[in-house]
Design a protein around this ligand. Structure first.
Ligand code: DGY
Length: 321
């Protein structure tokens, strides 16, 4: 008799994570990595004790309401949990976890890449070399913005924001941040706190987004707030597209208010606003902040630690509902 809990795994996970899943659970894997529709997700969850999804599956109040009652836990592979209606999960008594910490280094690395790539016109330069259109060198050729010594504003000084600040200090950047709460001095490491975003924006040579997407942060970077940045500022978003308003960001890039943007997180992924790709001053990545072998393994293991705790009758350490 098999008394292992049944876990629906919605996407193809790293081999080492799937091996542990198969050892400890009756795992319903997705070897073809098909993206399940809402109806498929609900159907496949029949008889499952838990689900291990990614941010690509949406657990709206409707989906949560229709999940089979035997599903007791959603142990996310993604650290962001804006794809889950937390209030609806709490109401139904559905446990929800995420894997914090383990992707901070990888995401901060990508943030630095976005910052430097946008400032130093990496997309334009690479295109010139690849297309054979590079014809000459001159002092005026491909001149970008220096990152070293500039003022970096971090919106959301959680785990990823803090690692980004540390990496940016390696470029002698002056760190400013806004968050709902001020950090203790030993965590601030000299970063300057701003009680309001409006107070921080005018000093940001670079602005990097690291907050969660919540009803409060959705659309925070709108036309009014882009206008508060210094002329020629550089905008970076490796968190969630929901934080910026597409039309307002594109307008700021077209008008030259923003010198450039480095973006890894968009609205309506992967069908993003086509204007982003047409702009020469954007450096664009396809939501790969956590996409390193080490980090993807660690995300899966952390989701499994949460499942293990739950099915052992303990409190999962990363419970968000
Ligand atoms: C996360 O973990 O939230 C990343 O954006 C990938 O889902």
């Amino acid at each position: 008799m098999n008394d292992k809990p049944v876990i629906l795994v919605t996407r193809k996970l790293p081999d080492a994570v799937e091996a542990r899943l198969k050892r400890d659970y009756e795992a319903r894997l997705n070897p073809d990595d098909t993206l399940y529709s809402k109806e498929e997700l609900i159907e496949r969850a029949r008889g499952a004790d838990g689900i291990l999804p990614c941010h690509t599956e949406h657990f709206s109040a409707e989906v949560i309401g229709r999940l089979p009652e035997e599903v007791k836990i959603v142990a996310n592979f993604s650290v962001g949990f804006d794809h889950v209606d937390i209030a609806a999960a709490k109401k139904r008594g559905l446990v929800v976890t995420n894997p914090p910490d383990v992707l901070s280094d990888a995401t901060a690395e990508l943030t630095m890449m976005l910052m430097i790539g946008a400032a130093r016109r990496a997309s334009e330069g690479e295109r010139l070399v690849r297309t054979g259109e590079w014809k000459d060198w001159s002092p005026a050729f491909m001149v970008g913005t220096q990152v070293t010594g500039k003022r970096l504003g971090i919106l959301g000084m959680g785990r990823v924001g803090q690692v980004t600040a540390r990496r940016a200090r390696g470029f002698d950047m002056e760190i400013h941040y806004h968050d709902v709460r001020r950090l203790p001095p030993e965590v601030e490491e000299g970063a300057q706190y701003h009680g309001t975003l409006e107070d921080m924006l005018p000093i940001c040579d670079f602005l990097s987004i690291h907050c969660n997407a919540t009803p409060e942060t959705t659309g925070l970077m709108n036309a009014e707030r882009f206008a508060l940045l210094p002329d020629g500022a550089i905008f970076v978003n490796a968190a969630r597209g929901a934080i910026h308003v597409d039309d307002d960001l594109i307008e700021a890039l077209q008008s030259g208010k923003l010198k450039a943007a480095g973006i890894d997180a968009y609205n309506n992924e992967p069908t993003i606003d086509p204007r982003f790709a047409k702009l020469a001053n954007t450096f664009l990545m396809p939501h790969i902040g956590s996409a390193t072998t080490e980090t993807r393994d660690a995300m899966g293991f952390r989701a499994l630690d949460n499942l293990d705790a739950f099915f052992a009758g303990d409190e999962p350490s990363d419970r968000v509902a």
